[in-house]
Write a protein that binds this ligand. Sequence first.
Ligand code: GLN
Length: 199
Amino acid sequence: GPRIGVLALQGDVREHVRALTEAGATAGPVRRQHELDAVDALVVPGGESTTMSKLAVEFDLLDPVRKRVADGMPVYGSCAGMIMLATTVLDGRPDQRGFDGIEMTVRRNAFGRQVDSFEGPVEIAGIDGDPFHAVFIRAPWVESVGAGVEVLGRVADGSPQGRIVAVRQGPLLATSFHPELTGDLRVHRFFVDLVRARP
Ligand code: GLN
């Protein structure tokens, strides 16, 4: 299968490696530039985006990942990974850096004002079958997206249209929730197929 790395600075790396492997990829952790150079695509896991940002700078991976993203490498970001992929972060730390991938504004810990963690059904455009059983842990939501960004899913939270929790911009995919924790492989399969379809 395609070689897909999981950025292994911090966060739930093992769960993504397992889900990607089960979805047919050749998966492993990426902590160094030579490991990044060896993969076709990258997953940025859930965790804590402020810490991940700091470690990406310390491990000299921030600019190399930004460059791969700019060059069109497929990346899937889950939760903190979604934050790392956003062009604009609200309620972040002033020195927080990211990979500048998806033209969107995300708000950190957005649902957390009411509740820390919750689960709920999310329908995702392009993924067939039952709605996703989505697990949110101090999750961000997407406040707004640029013209090139496709909204794939929303979660009902009492707001008029629900909150945007899944998006795609070309080879870049992001979800506010954690499909790696539930054993439902459909998001990982979707990403592996997307990587396979790249020229
Ligand atoms: N709140 C975390 C952040 O801001 C994300 C939480 C998660 O990845 N589960 O990075």
